[in-house]
Design a protein around this ligand. Structure first.
Ligand code: AMP
Length: 210
């Protein structure tokens, strides 16, 4: 099953992708995590992507489509995958269609914007394995340390308050039109992302059956 999680930054796509990955036994593909790893490694496309990411803007479609295409060609994607953070523009969605990738379901996680702002500014991440935490709602077992790999947790540069506003504007302008795109294909389901993590997970699993 090929699934897209759609939603504003901070809607909980990454958190739900981690949970669903265990439920469904298919890998999560987060273009944001892949780009952050590329920036950390200083690869060619990492260097190209860094300025846009720091500013809360989108990385160019051709770079992101290229890395996504390579990733879904890997062996572990044979039985399906969960896309977190891709597509983020209509041309990216069209590129998936043009590659012949069949998307089974697109689940939008809807969250009120004020809640999103609070969530993003309290978020802490592990740059090594991509796990995400929150200082109030999803604390690590040891403060400031990743549960999975023991790495020190950090605040993402683009979770600074001014950048969060730019990211939300970018979402409305470039990504929100994907709701109509996938609704027209009969693939869109919307769940509320303000319940607890397990409740939202249950709603998503229910939506995937429909
Ligand atoms: P995320 O972790 O999904 O919030 O992504 C972090 C940043 O990476 C975004 O603000 C963009 O700058 C960039 N990015 C991630 N995925 C995409 C994408 N599909 N298209 C363009 N830029 C992306």
């Amino acid at each position: 099953m090929n699934i897209i999680l759609l939603g504003a930054p901070g809607a909980g796509k990454g958190t739900q992708a981690e949970v669903l990955n265990k439920d469904l036994g298919i890998p999560t593909i987060s273009t944001g995590n892949m780009l952050r790893a590329a920036v950390a490694e200083g690869t060619e496309y990492g260097l190209k992507a860094k300025a846009a990411m720091d500013a809360g803007a989108l990385v160019s479609d051709d770079i992101v489509i290229g890395i996504l295409k390579d990733r879904i060609a890997e062996d572990d994607c044979k039985n399906g995958f969960i896309l977190d953070g891709f597509p983020r523009t209509v041309p990216q969605a069209e590129a998936l269609d043009a590659m012949g990738v069949k998307i089974d379901k697109v689940v939008e996680i809807a969250v009120d914007e004020e809640i999103i702002k609070r969530r993003l500014t309290g978020r802490r991440v592990c740059l090594k394995c991509g796990a995400t935490y929150h200082i109030r709602t999803k604390k690590p077992e040891v403060e400031g340390i990743c549960n999975y790999c023991g790495e020190k947790l950090v605040i993402r540069k683009d979770d600074q308050p001014e950048t969060v506003i730019d990211r939300l504007n970018t979402y409305h302008e470039k990504t929100a039109p994907l709701k109509d795109y996938y609704a027209a294909q009969g693939k869109l389901a919307t769940v509320q992302g303000t319940d607890s993590i397990p409740d939202t997970e249950k709603d998503i699993l229910e939506a995937l059956k429909g």
